[in-house]
Design a protein around this ligand. Sequence first.
Ligand SMILES: Nc1ncnc2c1ncn2[C@@H]1O[C@H](COP(=O)(O)OP(=O)(O)OP(=O)(O)O)[C@@H](O)[C@H]1O
Length: 314
Amino acid sequence: MSDTAKMVCVPSQAAQPRGRCHRPDQAPLRAPAQHGTADVDMNLISKERETLAQKRDSGAPSVNLEGVSVAFDVPGKGSMLAVDNIDLEVPAGQFVALVGPSGCGKTTALNMLAGLMTPSAGTVSRYGKPVTGPSRDIGYMLARSALTPWRTVRKNVELGLEIRGIPAKERKERSMNLLEILKIDHFADAFPSQMSHGMQQRVAIARTLAIDPDLWLMDEPFGALDAQTRVRVQTDFMRIWEGSGKTVLFVTHDLSEAVMMADRVIVMTQRPAKIKLDMMVDVERPRNPQEQLFDPRLEEIERTLWEELRHEFN
Ligand SMILES: Nc1ncnc2c1ncn2[C@@H]1O[C@H](COP(=O)(O)OP(=O)(O)OP(=O)(O)O)[C@@H](O)[C@H]1O
């Protein structure tokens, strides 16, 4: 692999003053359980939570990419470098948006974190442990997360809980709670085909979050929504995330969405992907996308990011 230049070292949130941006060329600022008894199932869940709490208490970053490169074999063309020596450290509880031109490697980064692929070089770790495969504490949502057409909305949301052997009563409580927050509880017994696309995306959000994942990987989750629906869904999503303490990696092509939602925005270069800019969004929370659509500070940050991003499209 033509794995050459050392690119960037991204500091943790604690080490990084909000609202500052850092260029990479500067010094680094841095089984399913059987449907058995409820007792057995609840023990399993509380054990997982305990382990997770220990990991978080360790202070290790929720996500860490160190010197990560990815090369794909392209028939007739040989090895193609998609991701080039990336370092990215994300502390637990941070909301990070990844933006960059199409094909620059954003999804590839999420896939590595999800344990769906391994890097060609470097290490991908969570709480200091290398990622070796899919993990139950990760939720992964795509732009077009297909719902199961023959299951009702509630049954779709409960799918992951069913697989984990969560008892029916708790499944129902959790799914209805999320559907209420997302304002689609009155559709609980409907089928996906009876809902608008925006509503289906809300169901997909609820399904992703129902298992209470520690790391939320979101790949253009609102990309297919019309502008008005998008702002409404963003607002609901913010309400769920803020205060949850969960780590989010959020891929989007929409800069204003990135700035509105995230604590920190990473601008990637065109392929092979490197980190071009790493910027904190110093706008206080809670944020409300419906009310802050034209917030001057958000617009200012968006302009700064756009100045970096636009050169990647030439
Ligand atoms: N399995 C694969 N085999 C070969 N090439 C691949 C494979 N997966 C991704 N690529 C290539 O790697 C590069 C990065 O792809 P990736 O999907 O990560 O980009 P992206 O930034 O998410 O793009 P988009 O914004 O369009 O979704 C692209 O050039 C893509 O064609």
